[in-house]
Design a protein around this ligand. Structure first.
Ligand code: SF4
Length: 369
């Protein structure tokens, strides 16, 4: 990856600092771009009279806006880089700074994968149309999606999505894919998302039944895993950094689901739970945590509410409870549970374990709306 190809748009930030005569600004930079943070601080200080303090704690999303501690330090403005605004108010003035990557990968290598996924979507849609003629088990076989649901499907459109650095590519790629014969939608999600086609690790709200399969523009499998767990639909992946064309394999999703199922079984005899509440503004799900505590009580179990800014094994493993339920960033339970000594499950998984919900109706991804 060539970081120099990332384009930081600092002009608006510098203008805002100057016109408000800000003296102290906090800069928040995602982990992958921190290596360039000092360069950004130099640029801001050279172009304005403000001093810049780097908020150097880990930052993985706009859910994690720095707030009261920076205010106590006298910070007047937070410059948050590389993520977009979501439906939260941190209580601090914040300027979101877009970061785009200019890489423009070839579409050709991904086309065979998209064609194959389109066939899968067509056969699912066809089977749904013939639902009445099939017996129960063949109906299930025909239109179960990757996560075991009989999900409603009304079309086979190609959903075109990406992570934030690559969203500027979507309109042009849509045209190119349409020329290849696909009906393409860049889905528009809910309030947590700022742009058409945007996905977050905890929100895929643009999905709709007319989309039969997806193409994701971005790197890594963090967003793809969440997208398939949320939608159950086939997903092709094109990496603008490397040009690699791949897909999210069903085996990978099955492995994750087997692990989730194992964890649900593991909490069967658990009587005491730590319920994790995220202190970050965009991860705080206080009502959900309290609902989990009530649910545990209803089933004769005990829940302790534990509020944390960062969540890690060294911060919770030692508590004398049998298991943990996570209401902070959903991906802590999905991606990291192997790092913890005790079972770490999502709220949906707790509801399944307690018999309030049924796994048979398909896996339900823990989404923050
Ligand atoms: S809650 Fe987790 S997945 Fe969602 S934006 Fe924050 S870090 Fe990303």
């Amino acid at each position: 990856m060539d970081l120099r190809r990332h384009d930081f748009q600092l002009d608006e930030l510098v203008e805002r600092i100057k016109s408000n005569d800000h003296r102290l600004v906090a800069l928040q930079v995602p982990e992958g771009l921190k290596i360039q943070a000092l360069e950004m601080m130099d640029q801001i200080e050279d172009r304005s009279d403000a001093k810049v303090v780097l908020a150097a704690d880990p930052c993985y999303g706009a859910c994690d806006l720095v707030h009261d501690k920076m205010r106590m330090m006298g910070v007047e403005l937070v410059a948050h880089m590389g993520h977009s605004q979501m439906n939260i108010d941190s209580g601090m003035q914040t300027q979101f700074i877009p970061v785009t990557y200019e890489g423009d990968p070839e579409l050709d290598p991904i086309l065979p994968i998209i064609a194959q996924h389109h066939t899968v979507a067509e056969s699912r849609l066809e089977a749904i149309g013939k639902e009445v003629e099939l017996d129960d088990s063949s109906a299930r076989d025909h239109f179960l999606d990757a996560i075991g649901r009989i999900a409603p499907l009304t079309g086979t459109k190609l959903g075109l999505v990406g992570s934030i650095q690559h969203l500027h590519l979507l309109p042009e790629y849509k045209e190119r894919l349409e020329k290849s014969g696909y009906v393409v939608e860049i889905p528009v999600g809910g309030d947590r998302l700022s742009f058409p086609g945007q996905v977050l690790g905890c929100n895929y709200s643009g999905d709709n039944p007319s989309i039969g399969h997806y193409l994701f523009l971005g790197s890594g499998d963090f967003h793809p895993i969440g997208l398939v767990l949320h939608t159950g639909k086939p997903l092709a992946m094109l990496d603008p950094y490397t040009g690699d064309a791949t897909e999210m394999s069903l085996e990978r999703i099955e492995r994750i689901l087997r692990q989730r199922s194992g964890l649900i079984m593991a909490v069967d005899g658990a009587v005491s739970f730590g319920i994790l509440i995220g202190e970050k503004p965009g991860q705080m799900r206080r009502s959900l945590a309290i609902r989990m505590k009530r649910l545990l009580k209803k089933h004769g179990r005990k829940g302790y509410l534990l509020a944390l800014d960062h969540v890690g094994p060294e911060l919770i493993d030692f508590y004398p409870v049998d298991a943990f339920v996570n209401t902070a960033c959903p991906r802590i339970a999905i991606d990291d549970s192997v790092r913890y000594a005790k079972p770490l499950i999502t709220p949906f998984e707790l509801e399944v374990a307690l018999g309030e919900k049924e796994w048979e109706h398909g896996y339900q991804f823990d989404e923050i709306p």
